[in-house]
Design a protein around this ligand. Sequence first.
Ligand SMILES: N[C@@H](CCC(=O)N[C@@H](CS)C(=O)NCC(=O)O)C(=O)O
Length: 202
Amino acid sequence: MKIYQTQAAPNPRRVRMFLAEKGIDIEYIEINLAAGENLSDEMRAKNPTTKIPFLELDDGTCIGETVAICRYFEELDNENPLMGRTPLEKAQVEMWQRRAEFHFMLPIGMCFQHTSGYFKDRMTPVVEWGEVCGNNAVKYFDDLNEHFKESQYLVGDYFSIADITLLCAIDFARVVKIRPSAEYMHLLDWHKRVSSRPSAAS
Ligand SMILES: N[C@@H](CCC(=O)N[C@@H](CS)C(=O)NCC(=O)O)C(=O)O
């Protein structure tokens, strides 16, 4: 089994952190995104979206999409569940996971791609759209700060994949100079708590 990934990109970090929490060691194959290695015919045949990370099983089956990869390992090893332990918790994890993606990870990704021109060889950057996305992501800090007033993690006192997603997105947001300011003290407390987990060094 191996995972194709790029060390500096935020979605692969989500998978690395998830697997580190579970104590799962796996081979990682580094892909140079800037050089377009993910766009080669060989990569496209394995993973038609060309996005990383993706998992290749020993029989050649490939699984793309960060959450699908995590789901696979969650189902294999349920000693330390990170996607919920009860029906209610599973729903709450999914709710926060989707919020972290839709309200923060995706807009930050759009902001990066459209304002930096990093992928201008494969897409048309629209700077104004990137700026709108960045501003929308910043607005979400208010909701998060309010939430962490009462809650240790996104789902009460249960650390989950949703926290991993949010941490990786917030840390990546530095590349577009977006970070929570001191006024977001509850969000910053959460950030400190989650960053202190050994898996966060992944
Ligand atoms: N929906 C995918 C998104 C993956 C994604 O956007 N990966 C980025 C790196 S974080 C990528 O491969 N970018 C390369 C490109 O767009 O060519 C997931 O959740 O895994």
